[in-house]
Design a protein around this ligand. Structure first.
Ligand SMILES: Cc1ncc(COP(=O)(O)O)c(C=O)c1O
Length: 365
């Protein structure tokens, strides 16, 4: 038998301990300290963008991106129906209305054709989510945005390290948002980041997240700000995790390859697919059963064999604040939710454990 199999637990080790110890020994554990700017610089360099601003969470990053771009009451923002709720709530925080669009049945990402159908004179922005680390069709999304003069805020919270046309996700739109929550590709415990090439906008976000603190006079706040900063302790963890990012990405891709190889002959089952010019981060490896299936029961049976799983996100249109949908309107999103499953993807697992997951899955279905 194997040790515990992890679904999405973070991979923390000696490097993380050393960085955290340094943060404590120099006495900077809160929002002051050298690691925050070091982390931001390292991240911007990795993405090959002008600037990165760290935040308290991915949700805060998305909120700041919308706020900075001036999205407000009376505006509409196009979002996928299938995503985590935190893609959409920040649209409401700024007073705008989310407009839900169905996803592509193969990639599970917002469908460019559907985006175009939902554009009105009120539309101001699109938020594509690179779901489970899988890059969206950024060529078509950027073309639509250009034609209709819309902002693009990429929800790259799950896709650190993923590429489209050899370029990092989160670097195509006006601003890209990342999350370092405990289960993400890298973690800072809890944290996020906004990145991009518009230095002026990002400088302003840096100012906003710090209570809009003016530099000319003490305790002077010329705008309404937010306390959305990352702490030095979190950034220390982030720096350590950045050193291991490639190791994590290689491992996640390897796990995905094993799942594909071992499950390829399983009938009525398929994987979330990448576009030809895309490279997923495989934050999660996910499958779909193209048949009648009781997903909660399968999860319970897998759990009894030591295999943790999680369901695909419930379409946002199911939640009371967003219950706008007519039956059948988001059919791909609902199909994926009803028939899909996320498999163990934590980099704490070994390849043998992934083989074991495949074996148990095949036995049970
Ligand atoms: C698609 C998506 N958007 C936004 C977020 C929000 O990130 P955070 O949990 O850091 O606020 C997450 C992660 O939780 C996510 O998966």
């Amino acid at each position: 038998m194997y040790k515990e199999i992890y679904l999405d637990a973070p991979n923390l080790g000696e490097t993380e301990k050393q960085y955290l110890a340094r943060s404590i020994s120099i006495g900077y554990v809160s929002t002051l300290g050298p690691f925050v700017s070091e982390f931001e610089k390292k991240f911007a360099k990795y993405l090959n963008v002008k600037k990165a601003v760290s935040t308290q969470s991915g949700t805060a990053a998305l909120h700041m991106a919308l706020y900075e771009l001036g999205i407000k009451k009376g505006n509409e923002v196009i979002v996928p129906a299938l995503t985590f709720v935190a893609t959409v709530n920040p649209v409401k925080y700024v007073g705008a209305e989310p407009v839900f669009v169905d996803v592509d049945p193969d990639t599970w990402n917002i469908s460019p054709g559907e985006i175009e159908k939902h554009i009105t004179e009120k539309t101001k922005a699109i938020i594509p989510t690179h779901l489970y680390g899988n890059p969206c069709n950024m060529d078509e999304i950027m073309e639509i945005a250009k034609e209709y003069k819309l902002f693009v805020i990429e929800d790259a919270t799950e896709s650190l390290g993923a590429k489209y046309n050899d370029k990092h996700t989160g670097t195509f739109g006006d601003l890209g948002c990342f999350s370092f929550n405990g289960n993400k590709i890298i973690t800072t415990g809890g944290g996020g980041l906004v990145a991009g090439n518009n230095g002026k906008r990002l400088e302003h976000i840096k100012f906003l997240v710090n209570q809009a603190r003016g530099e000319s006079k003490d305790h002077y706040h010329p705008e309404i700000g937010f306390n959305y900063r990352m702490t030095n302790l979190e950034a220390a963890l982030g720096l350590a995790q950045m050193e291991r990012l490639n190791e994590f990405l290689i491992k996640k891709r390897k796990f995905h390859d094993i799942y594909r190889k071992k499950l390829k002959d399983t009938e009525n089952m398929h994987f979330q697919e990448e576009y030809e010019n895309a490279e997923s981060s495989f934050w999660f490896s996910c499958i779909i059963f193209d048949k009648e299936i009781d997903i909660p029961r399968l999860q319970e049976e897998l759990k009894n064999k030591g295999v943790p799983t999680r369901r695909i996100f419930m379409p946002i249109t199911e939640f009371p604040p967003y219950r706008t949908c007519k039956k059948g309107e988001y059919k791909n999103s609902y199909y994926i939710y009803e028939k899909g499953l996320c498999l163990p993807s934590s980099t704490l697992n070994s390849e043998n454990e992934i083989y074991y997951v495949c074996e148990k899955l095949k036995e049970l279905i």
